[in-house]
Ligand binder design. Structure first.
Ligand code: ADP
Ligand code: MG
Length: 253
């Protein structure tokens, strides 16, 4: 499964005639008729009302919508953090809705990089140790390669000089870059980000967004929840969620 996941990813190659050969596109995320009902003290709450959504390889998709519309619920269905009440979710043909917790943890660790608004770095580990954690957890890469790999990822996101600090000794923007490096640790084909710039000032948010654009150019597929209308204009497709439904979709040129 993994070799297949990785073989689909790859940079666009320049042919001898100078034309760019874009890698072929295929459906990577397939959300089918997903309904999510939360049981609350006040009764049942219908958070997703039969959502259908597909994301192709190499797309950069923004999910926008008001607070409480169901954006995080939708992303959590794809990461397997939460389960649909009914419906199906396939990620590269893996039926996420059917995996048990143990299978989910292993699958997620190798196939997805997840980024949250509040970074969720482990506070007692240094930045570089945080980035090594997914490799340790999934036993990916030889143990003695992990440190060098983590350092090169930190270089890629521009914070190698902060590698040995605790997260609390770095800025919000640096912590989010560390979280992005951690999300890339096992070279997953897909990055899911839930309001990754929601806690950053506009300049830092712009830098983090540019880093995402670079990752898409490098072959990643990104699904990003954002409140920022300007950022949503700079992705390949923006999907609007309202009251648990997809109500609009804009493809940017
Ligand atoms: P968004 O991310 O768009 O702000 P959410 O997906 O977090 O929205 O939430 C959608 C709706 O579902 C909201 O009305 C929220 O209160 C409700 N909700 C989210 N999580 C739970 C939960 N665990 N239990 C009950 N209701 C929830
Ligand atoms: Mg949310």
């Amino acid at each position: 499964m993994l070799t297949r996941l990785f073989s689909r990813i790859g940079r666009a190659d320049a042919a001898p005639n100078g034309k760019i050969n874009l890698p072929e596109q295929s459906t990577l995320i397939d959300v089918r008729n997903v309904v999510k009902i939360y049981e609350t003290g006040a009764g049942k709450f219908l958070a997703l009302k039969g959502v259908n959504m597909q994301v192709n390889t190499h797309e950069f998709v923004a999910v926008i919508g008001k607070s409480g519309s169901g954006k995080s619920t939708l992303v959590n269905m794809i990461s397997g953090i939460d389960r649909p009440s009914t419906g199906e979710v396939f990620v590269d043909d893996t039926p996420i809705h059917r995996l048990n917790e143990g299978q989910l943890a292993v699958w997620r660790g190798k196939s997805l990089g997840v980024i949250f608004q509040f970074f969720q770095l482990l506070p007692s580990l240094t930045v570089v140790e945080n980035v090594m954690l997914p490799m340790d957890f999934c036993n990916m890469y030889a143990p003695r390669e992990r440190f060098d790999r983590a350092m090169s990822l930190l270089e890629h996101v521009g914070i190698a000089e902060h590698a040995h600090k605790l997260p609390s000794a770095t800025s919000g923007g640096q912590q989010q870059r560390a979280a992005i490096a951690r999300a890339l640790a096992n070279d997953p084909p897909i990055i899911l980000a839930d309001e990754p710039t929601g806690n950053l000032d506009s300049r830092t948010a712009d830098q983090v967004f540019n880093l995402f654009s670079t990752l898409v150019q490098e072959g990643k597929t990104i699904l990003m929840v954002t409140h920022d209308k300007d950022l949503a204009k700079r992705v390949t497709r923006a999907v609007t969620v309202a009251d648990g439904e997809i109500v609009d979709e804009i493809r940017n040129p």
